[in-house]
Write a protein that binds this ligand. Structure first.
Ligand code: G6P
Length: 360
């Protein structure tokens, strides 16, 4: 069945491998009888009535929300704010006149997110939950639900739910854009097909990522992830994956912020993983890599085909530039997996962490 490991040593590895299938499944689930990507009319109406969207989430789902903001703003041209659910109660933003709340939660049970949902429902606002679990608390208590169709995710470190969240957010953004009369940014079902194929290629390159993990991460005590634009957000997720399961202190940050602090931490041999998937910032992120290398860092550059340069550690297959997070995260998941494995960590059940956190 779905929730058996089969021949896999860990659920996490199985779930990483399932990502191409999940993306194809999502495209299938969101296609209408004419083969066109579609979203429930009620949800589209709520998106179109909103003057601002507030995404609320925790952990990996928060990182998906950051990318989702880019999708929705670029494609559907609606302003989006992304908030960490546990902070919302204290650092409450000044709300717009017609807010729509979008909760992103793999489990649909995160207590911090639910607390925000209860509050916004009391205020009379509409809420949409994007979740992997039909009938979960956040799904039942929101006005609308979009499902991830990722199948059960067992490993504590979230992998396939993250890429599923990105795919569903892209579909929501694109379908909303079309309903608002904008010319579609891309042929999204075709591009998601390309993404699924690229993911498959990456899953077939496990040896590469295992050797990157061995080379950079077996003895280190820390590791930095840098990127600019959308790559910055994927770096945050890469750092979270690595710290969750390998216990290596990891930080993701924006390339331009290096000089404002983090560069002080670079020593001889400090691993720095850089993402270079965006043409407009390719040269500046490579400039940042030079800055850290000059201070002794060991760089690992993951670039996209077409933007690659001599000495890059891995070149990703080419996909639509806005959708790169769906594939650039896969090497980071695999590198974290192998780092944890070689450090003897309990990959699927890291210490001190729970799959769903049902206390505030
Ligand atoms: C826990 C899990 C994380 C997850 C976060 C949010 O901390 O360990 O993997 O990202 O909760 O969970 P949710 O189910 O709301 O997406």
């Amino acid at each position: 069945s779905d929730i058996e490991k089969g021949t896999y040593p860990h659920y996490m590895l199985k779930e990483i491998d399932e990502q191409p299938l999940v993306i194809r499944k999502i495209v299938e689930e969101y296609r209408n009888e004419n083969g066109v990507l579609s979203i429930d009319e009620e949800i589209l109406a709520a998106m179109n009535e909103a003057d601002r969207i507030y995404i609320i989430a925790a952990g990996t789902s928060y990182h998906a929300g950051l990318v989702g903001k880019q999708f929705i703003e670029k494609m559907a041209k609606i302003a989006v704010e992304v908030h960490i659910s546990s902070e919302f109660g204290y650092n409450t933003p000044l709300l717009s006149e017609r807010p729509l709340f979008v909760f992103i939660s793999q489990s649909g049970e995160t207590a911090d997110s639910r607390a925000v949902l209860v509050k916004v429902k009391e205020l009379g606002y509409k809420a949409l939950t994007i979740t992997n679990v039909p009938g979960s608390t956040l799904s039942r208590e929101a006005d609308y639900t979009l499902l991830l169709h990722a199948g059960p995710e067992i490993a504590v470190a979230s992998t396939k739910a993250y890429t599923a969240q990105l795919a569903v957010l892209a579909i929501l953004a694109e379908v909303t854009a079309v309903s608002r009369g904008f010319k579609p940014e891309m042929d999204l079902s075709k591009e998601l097909g390309i993404i699924a194929n690229a993911m498959e290629v990456l899953c077939d390159e496990k040896d590469e990522f295992e050797s990157i993990a061995r080379e950079f991460l077996t003895v280190t005590r820390n590791c930095f992830f840098i990127g600019r634009g959308i790559d910055f957000y994927v770096g945050l997720e890469g750092a979270l994956k690595l710290k969750e399961i390998s216990y290596i202190q990891a930080e993701g940050f924006a390339g331009g912020e290096l000089k404002h602090g983090t560069i002080a931490l670079i020593e001889e041999g400090t691993p720095v993983i850089a993402l270079a998937t965006q043409e407009s910032v390719n040269l500046s992120i490579r400039g940042n890599v030079k800055e850290v290398v000059a201070r002794g860092a060991y760089p690992c550059i993951i670039s996209m085909k077409g933007l690659d340069m001599n000495g890059d550690s891995f070149v990703l297959p080419e996909v639509h530039e806005l959708l790169t997070p769906l594939i650039s995260v896969v090497p980071l998941q695999l590198i974290s997996y192998y780092a944890a494995l070689h450090r003897g960590c309990d990959v699927d059940k890291p210490r001190n962490l729970a799959k769903s956190v049902t206390v505030e």
